[in-house]
Ligand binder design. Structure first.
Ligand SMILES: Nc1ncnc2c1ncn2[C@@H]1O[C@H](COP(=O)(O)OP(=O)(O)O)[C@@H](O)[C@H]1O
Ligand SMILES: [Mg+2]
Length: 139
């Protein structure tokens, strides 16, 4: 189900598969160099969104949460999980700025932790749990 609230588009998903399908279609709106902030609580579905976007960009490998690696690299995209980043300085030392400037699509979970390092113009996808299997996706 899709509806609009002012400038925002809201999609109501009822399953991980539906979220992935939405994200796969959303991927068509992205271009090289875009940085997409995936926002939402733990377990909301940020990584599920990343899986769908990756599929939409032609990635055939499994996209897993990079919680321990911080960033996973696929041909057209980087997938960041900044949950365990302790400081912007640490992120800087890990070379995040270079990733953002590499001209690939960047998907960022927990961007709250690296706010000062984000490029000026980022896209946002917010996902929110509204039931056991229901999620509200807002762009
Ligand atoms: N409609 C839905 N969309 C996305 N995930 C869902 C949905 N319903 C249930 N889930 C479950 O919620 C969890 C989301 O996990 P994950 O994507 O790793 O969250 P996050 O990365 O935000 O911490 C998964 O276990 C997934 O199966
Ligand atoms: Mg995740």
């Amino acid at each position: 189900m899709l509806y609009n609230v002012g400038d925002m588009a809201v999609f109501l998903s009822h399953s991980p598969a539906e979220t992935r399908a939405w994200a796969q279609n959303y991927a068509k709106s992205l271009s090289a160099g875009d940085v997409v902030l995936l926002e939402g609580e733990m377990g909301a579905g940020k990584t599920v969104l990343a899986q769908g976007i990756a599929r939409g960009l032609g990635v055939t490998e499994d996209v897993l949460s990079p919680t321990y690696a911080y960033v996973n690299s696929y041909a057209p995209l980087f997938h960041f999980d900044c949950y365990r980043i302790e400081s912007e300085r640490q992120a800087e030392e890990l070379g995040f700025a270079d990733y953002f400037e590499a001209g690939k699509i960047c998907l960022v979970e927990w961007s709250e932790n690296i706010r000062g390092l984000l490029p000026e113009h980022c896209k946002r996808v917010a996902i929110r749990k509204v039931g056991d299997h229901a999620r509200e996706i807002v762009t």
